[in-house]
Design a protein around this ligand. Structure first.
Ligand SMILES: [Zn+2]
Length: 72
């Protein structure tokens, strides 16, 4: 399952940090952040619950970049 989320981040470098943090979150198969469109695209593992996984993704992203936001 793949979903796309609107994000807020100040620069391409932080967008990249968010992408890495999202990729490391359990339940996430793959993640890509597009700084130009301010979108995060997340592919979830089979059986993962996107709602709860995205809470963890947001938490992990805030750890590496506290100014970022993901609109869930
Ligand atoms: Zn930045």
């Amino acid at each position: 399952m793949k979903k796309s989320y609107k994000i807020e981040v100040d620069c391409a470098n932080c967008a990249n940090k968010m992408e890495q943090a999202a990729k490391k979150t359990p339940g996430v198969k793959d993640a890509t952040v597009n700084f130009m469109t301010l979108k995060m695209s997340v592919e979830f593992e089979d059986g993962a619950d996107p709602r709860s996984v995205m809470q963890d993704v947001l938490k992990n992203c805030k750890k590496v970049e506290d100014d970022c936001e993901i609109f869930l």
